[in-house]
Design a protein around this ligand. Structure first.
Ligand SMILES: [Zn+2]
Length: 302
């Protein structure tokens, strides 16, 4: 590390890739996966000595805004962190398609990614949603099989990304990492099965409430950058059907729709109107993450 190393903490580092950061700051950068809230007053440091850089890095700790990564022991988290870089998740970007070989794993810390099946007629039906309490590529890390679904960014954000081969190697030698991958794939499989049952059996209002609550958990936020049209597509229903239900929910003060955004105003109300599928999926995720409080409250308070 050079003595003129720069250190960028928090802020918008997760929206930028490393090369852009280096270009912008003109110095070697240490990009740390830490809470932006915890370091809101810190900015870009340039020209600081190596001791200062090391001191600040040590003070960062091991917190990650990805809740799945936060379940790892500090030493294993630190091992992964050294090999991860931040990458943006642009709205509607396809991370991989069905049949693609998966070369990277993603740990979102903002935004949400839909796992969808694309039918021959062009319909794109969501089977699961993944965000800051999960990852993309867990199955590939355990088995090296190609993707069986399309992963598409539903709500823009950012993720930590790591080379798949490296993650696979590390999982072979670190039991906690392997256990994290297996635990996540179990929760993801359960979510997929629940969504299949939900799509076949439950009313649209209940399904929409379930989806909005799941998206809130995935993003860790109650304002979602998405549209009724996008939700209609992944739920496999007409745009007008979603509009009717959303209008009723808005009139009841449960949500507020604005251009390109849906704001959740009444989480408890949404839970009352959601089908059982939301609670079952949320409970599975909280069990995997080792937290006692199920659902949206837990996802939003940490
Ligand atoms: Zn349901």
């Amino acid at each position: 590390m050079r003595s003129d190393a720069g250190l960028l903490i928090g802020m918008d580092c997760s929206r930028l890739d490393e090369s852009l950061l280096e270009e912008r700051c003109g110095a070697m950068l240490v990009v740390a996966p830490i809470s932006t809230r915890a370091v809101a007053d810190l900015r870009i440091f340039q020209g600081v000595g190596i001791e200062a850089v090391e001191l600040i890095v040590l003070s960062i700790g091991t917190h990650s805004e990805n809740r799945l990564l936060s379940t790892l022991p500090p030493a294993d988290f630190e091992l992964l962190r050294r090999h991860m870089r931040a990458t943006p998740l642009a709205s509607q970007a396809i991370i991989w398609d069905s049949g693609d070989s998966i070369t990277k794993a993603y740990f979102p810390h903002r935004g949400a990614v839909s796992l969808v099946m694309v039918l021959s007629g062009g319909q794109m039906i969501e089977t699961a949603i993944v965000g800051r309490e999960g990852m993309l590529g867990g199955f590939a890390a355990l088995s090296s099989h190609p993707a069986s679904y399309r992963a598409i960014v539903q709500i823009e954000g950012a993720a930590w990304v790591i080379d798949m081969e490296l993650l696979r190697e590390l999982a072979q030698t670190h039991e906690s990492l392997k256990a994290m991958l297996f635990g996540h794939e179990r929760a993801l499989m359960a979510q997929t099965q629940q969504v299949a049952a939900c799509n076949a059996s439950h009313a649209l209002e209940a399904r929409l409430c379930r989806w909005l609550l799941r998206a809130c958990d995935a993003c860790g936020a109650t304002t979602l950058s998405t549209t009724q049209e996008a939700i209609a597509e992944i739920l496999g229903v007409r745009r007008t059907s979603i509009s009717l239900v959303a209008h009723t929910m808005q009139a009841a003060g449960m949500i507020r729709t604005r251009r390109g955004q849906i704001e959740i105003l009444n989480v408890a109300g949404l839970r009352d109107h959601a089908c059982e599928c939301y609670d079952k999926t949320a409970t599975n995720y909280e069990r995997m993450l080792g937290t006692a409080t199920a659902g949206t409250e837990a996802a939003l308070v940490d």
